[in-house]
Design a protein around this ligand. Structure first.
Ligand SMILES: NC(=O)c1ccc[n+]([C@@H]2O[C@H](COP(=O)([O-])OP(=O)(O)OC[C@H]3O[C@@H](n4cnc5c(N)ncnc54)[C@H](OP(=O)(O)O)[C@@H]3O)[C@@H](O)[C@H]2O)c1
Length: 249
């Protein structure tokens, strides 16, 4: 319960990895949502707190199979107030996918996989979820992007597939914001950079990250929800870091 009122909204979170779970916990603790749908490849609520597990509705989906995203959307009785896409890949040892240190390391199959997960997946989630977004008041669709997807901020190079996939995601978000403004005047579409966060995704790459620059997922999640709370319709299409800073294209 928030401010003594019954929670009324519905949120949908796709992905229950490090950031996904922390965001679900923060949303549940906020008391703003009567129901939080959580899309997962292998649905389970074992990780959820007994205090709010009754408000969690698990949904099976796989980003690489559009029909499962359509089924997940079809299982939700809209409208929804918030959609968060928290899925993503940087490396996958089982598929020999590693962030490329040089041009020589580029591999078409690995590159296609990273773009399928980081760019096409969130775009397909938008395709099936945006029609459920409420029209009569503020509603938000946000996807976890990354600072390294900023063209203007790229001074180091490398990580070709991941950078390209997040830059392309950012363009998809701009496109969504333009199209949604025509039908959903209160909708906000945003990308979010959580900082460097201690999750499975960053685990192989944390060496060299100063301890005070490596966030716990709980801290990153609470920062991101604060950033989302402060966004207005004028911000739609932008990508925002955990501290509220708007990232350059
Ligand atoms: N951690 C960081 O430092 C950092 C920094 C900048 C941006 N980000 C971004 O933040 C987002 C979340 O990352 P994270 O750190 O929370 O990583 P994570 O713990 O590895 O979570 C990634 C999530 O993506 C899901 N996923 C991957 N492939 C999928 C598929 N085919 N279908 C459905 N779900 C799939 C995983 O599902 P399973 O659990 O089933 O594997 C997992 O829930 C990513 O977009 C990442 O690029 C993270």
């Amino acid at each position: 319960m928030q401010n003594g009122h019954e929670p009324v909204g519905q949120a949908v979170v796709f992905g229950a990895g490090g950031m996904g779970r922390a965001l679900v916990a923060a949303l549940a603790a906020s008391g703003a949502y009567r129901k939080i749908h959580v899309g997962m490849r292998k649905p389970s609520v074992e990780w959820a707190s007994p205090e709010w597990v009754s408000r969690i509705a698990p949904l099976p989906f796989d980003l690489l199979r559009e029909e499962t995203i359509a089924q997940a959307a079809g299982a939700i009785d809209g409208p929804v107030d918030l959609v968060l896409v928290t899925t993503g890949v940087l490396s996958d040892a089982s598929l020999a996918v590693m962030p490329e240190k040089s041009i020589r390391a580029m591999d078409a199959r690995a590159m296609a996989h990273v773009l399928a997960i980081n760019t096409i997946g969130p775009a397909l989630i938008a395709k099936h979820m945006l029609p459920l977004l409420r029209r009569d008041r503020r509603a938000v669709f946000a996807a976890l992007s990354a600072r390294v997807g900023s063209l203007g901020d790229n001074r180091l190079g490398g990580w070709h597939s991941y950078r390209a996939s997040k830059a392309a995601l950012n363009m998809v978000l701009v496109n969504l914001s333009i199209e949604m403004a025509r039908t959903h005047p209160h909708a906000i579409i945003a990308g979010l950079h959580p900082g460097t966060v201690a999750t499975d995704l960053s685990a192989p790459f944390q060496r060299g990250v100063a301890p005070d620059r490596l966030f716990l997922p709980e801290r990153a999640a609470s920062c991101l929800l604060r950033v989302l709370d402060g966004l207005t319709q004028q911000d739609s299409g932008g990508v925002f870091a955990w501290d509220g800073q708007r990232l350059p294209w």
